[in-house]
Design a protein around this ligand. Structure first.
Ligand code: FAD
Length: 336
């Protein structure tokens, strides 16, 4: 990929894929509900450009409802009655994956992580902070994250804790001014720029419920395989989900390049990926646990965290290097 990638906080880099020798059933999906304006489009633009250069068609607005595995091919059925056929089908359809339940109707449902997400762009709020540096703060009642844009805007998010899993429709129905007032209340005693960010944000997203997917027993069946959140959604507290999805694509591409039998290639892919992604799901859960601490847990957390962080990152130590520094060698041959 020629241009640098911007837009995600995760340091894991994306890698370019070479074409596999087989034809895949590919389509682009119905757009996800727009919670925020999308991040800078460098990555999407680079991928679309590369696909176009290679003559790969991109078809938008299709919604998959069923799969037919004929043994030699796999056929995708869409809500509009159309079909598409290929050698393999890659289910990259996110945490509510239909492909996952078509592979295994008894697959577990996503797990609620105990807090909500909300976010906004505060315009014209010059905090004098270094652009591009993520600030993550455990407030008294709510976790708050913010990063400065070079133009002075502040991109922020908050994680209001909720013990019980709320109904997404009820959350979506909370009027904007009520939601804003609730957020202001959560940060009223904190010495962070949360109130300024809230007050300078025209449109705050209504809260949405946050999940992860601890362990999906079946990642593939026949000529169909899962990647990304469909196979292993990570709590946003890990900041790793998109990176893992990209890693999946590279490792799966390599396996399909080197193994002619899809089942063997999918087995190689799963063996390479499952231990790493499940460990990161666990880490994401752990990262998020401090966000839902009760009054006593909060006191303990605030008393111990500064010392613990100092000890963990002393010198050039980084206990999370195994997450950031992961490399996949595209030229290596994939074997079972
Ligand atoms: C608040 C928040 C913060 C995050 N922060 C980070 C971060 O800093 N770094 C990071 O790396 N990751 C982060 N993530 C995680 C990241 O967004 C996801 O892990 C990533 O988007 C997963 O990619 P995916 O392609 O597997 O699924 P998705 O991005 O969910 O894409 C799935 C697509 O499939 C489509 N689809 C669904 N069903 C069908 C169907 N039946 N037919 C056709 N199409 C369908 C959907 O419309 C969607 O377009 C964050 C997530 C959240 C919620």
């Amino acid at each position: 990929m020629a241009s640098p990638l911007h837009g995600w906080s995760s340091p894991t880099a994306a890698a370019a894929c070479s074409p596999t020798s087989r034809k895949a059933a590919h389509w682009l999906t119905a757009p996800a509900p727009s919670l925020l304006p999308p991040p800078p489009p460098d990555l999407c633009a680079a991928l679309v450009e590369e696909a176009t250069t290679r003559g790969i068609p991109i078809i938008r607005g299709k919604r998959l409802v069923n799969i037919d595995d004929t043994g030699n091919h796999v056929r995708a059925h869409f809500t509009d009655g159309t079909t598409a056929e290929g050698d393999v089908l890659v289910g990259a359809d996110g945490i509510r994956s239909v492909v996952r339940t078509l592979i295994d109707p008894t697959a577990p449902r996503p797990r609620y992580v105990g807090f909500l997400n909300t976010a906004g762009y505060a315009r014209g709020l010059n905090l004098g902070i270094e652009p591009g540096v993520n600030h993550l703060v455990f407030g008294k009642r709510c976790f708050f994250g913010y990063v400065g844009h070079p133009n002075g805007d502040v991109w922020w998010f908050a994680n209001p804790p909720r013990r019980e899993e709320p109904d997404p429709a009820e959350l979506a129905a909370v009027p904007a001014d009520v939601w804003r007032a609730q957020l202001r209340e959560l940060f009223r005693d904190d010495d962070v720029p949360a109130l300024a960010a809230i007050d300078n944000t025209e449109q705050i997203t209504t809260g949405w419920v946050t999940y992860d997917m601890p362990s999906v027993p079946a990642w593939h069946r026949g000529r169909t395989v899962l990647v990304g959140d469909a196979a292993h959604a990570v709590s946003p507290s890990a900041g790793q989900g998109a990176s893992l999805a990209i890693e999946d694509a590279v490792v799966l591409g390599r396996a399909l390049r080197d193994q002619s039998d899809p089942a063997a290639a999918f087995g190689t892919f799963e063996a390479a990926r499952r231990p790493r992604v499940e460990q990161i799901v666990t880490q994401g859960r752990r990262n998020g646990s401090g966000k839902t601490a009760g009054p006593i847990g909060r006191v303990l957390r605030d008393a111990t965290m500064p010392l613990a962080m100092k000890a963990m990152f002393r010198g050039d130590r980084d206990p999370f290097r195994w997450i950031w520094d992961h490399r996949t060698d595209w030229d290596e041959t994939a074997t079972t």
